[in-house]
Design a binder for this molecule. Sequence first.
Ligand code: PLP
Length: 390
Amino acid sequence: MSHLMNTYARLPIAFSHGEGSWLTDTEGRRYLDALAGIAVNTLGHNHPTLVAAIAAQAGRILHSSNLYRIPQQEQLADKLATLAAMDEVFFCNSGCEANEAAIKLARLYGHQQGVDSPAIVVMEQAFHGRTMATLSATGNRKAQAGFEPLVSGFVRVRYNDLEAIQAIARSNKKIVAVMLEIVQGEGGVNIADVGFQRGLRALCDERDWLLICDEVQCGTGRTGRWFAFQHADVLPDVVTLAKGLGGGVPIGACLTAGKATGLFKPGNHGSTFGGNQLATTAALTTIAVIEKDRLIEHAVAVGGLIREGLAQALAGRKGVVDIRGQGLMIGIELDRPCGELVTRALAAGLLINVTADKVVRLLPPLTFSADEARELVSRLAKLIGDFLAA
Ligand SMILES: *Cc1c(COP(=O)(O)O)cnc(C)c1O
C-alpha cells in the first residue's frame, strides 16, 4: 500500500534518466517525450549547460532567504522585464502561486481605486491552479466540486467573447481586472483571437482595469514568441510564469507593468523559497540557452512541421475535428473522448497527454529536432488512425 495521497491517477511506469527528448524507464525501455513534464522541461532532459549551471550553483549556495539580496534574482528580474517589456517581478515557486500574487495585486489595485469588494473577470475552461483562489478562478466545475465555499470575486465569461465582457463592464462596477490564458492549456489548447486580445486591452484601458495574462503554460518561448501575448502585440499589466521557466527546477514569477507596478509594499506578500539562488540560476540558464540556440525560432519551425505533418497524415480522417496550436503547444481535437490514447502511446514508446477529454495535447521540449518531429508524427498519426478506426 502506498503512503502517497491519491491525488494523481499515475501510470505504472517510472523513468530513471533522460537525454534530450528521450526518457528511459526503470525497465530500460525508451520513450519519445512529446510532453516535457507538462511544458516544464524546456531544454529537454539532462541538458549539459543546465546541469552544469545547477551543479555549480549547488556547490556555492542554494538558498539564503529574501531577507538578503540575491544577485541572480535581480539579474533574472532584469532579464524577464526586458524580454516581456514589463517593469517589476515577484518570484515564487509555482504557477498557482504566481497567479495568487496576481490576484492579490488586482485586489490591492481595486481597493486603491476605491472599490471595496473588487472582482476579476475570468474565462470558461480556464485553468489557473489548485489553491483556493486560483481554483475559484479556474473554469472547471469538476475541479472545484467538493471544495466550496470558493473564494468570491470572480465573474466568468465565455472565452473569446468580448461583447460579454463589455456588457459586464456596463453593469458591474466592481470589476478591476480581466485574467486569461492567451492559449488555454488544460482547457484544450484554445487560442485567444487577436481581435479579442486587442479589444480586451482597449476595454481595460478605458475602464482602468488590469489585464492579467496567465502564461504559466504558454510562456517562456513555447508558442514561438517569448510570451504568447506578443503574437498580438498586446501588452498586459500583469503576466504570470512558471512551468517552463526553470527548465525543470520549480520557479514561478509574477511580472507587472505600468499601473500594476509598485502596489506591494514589504509585508504585503512574500515567499520563503521564492527566487532562491538555485531556482533563479536554473531560469537564467534556461533563458540563456533559448537565446543562444535560437530555440524560439526553432519552436516555430518544428511546431509547423508537427502540425502540417499531422494534418497531412490525418487528412480526410473522420473523427479529427481540429489540429491547432502555436509553436510547440499543439492540440488535436477528436470527436470523442480519447483518454486511452495516452496508454496506447505509452505502449508505442511515446509520451503525450489528453486534456479536456477529447484533445490530444503535445508540449515537446523546445529542443525537439525535426527528425523527432517526423518520428512523433508517424507514431501519433498511426495511433490516432487506429483509435478512430476501432
Ligand atoms: C499548470 C498551470 C497553472 C498551475 O501551475 P502549478 O505550478 O501547478 O501551480 C496555472 N496556470 C496555467 C495556465 C497552468 O497551465
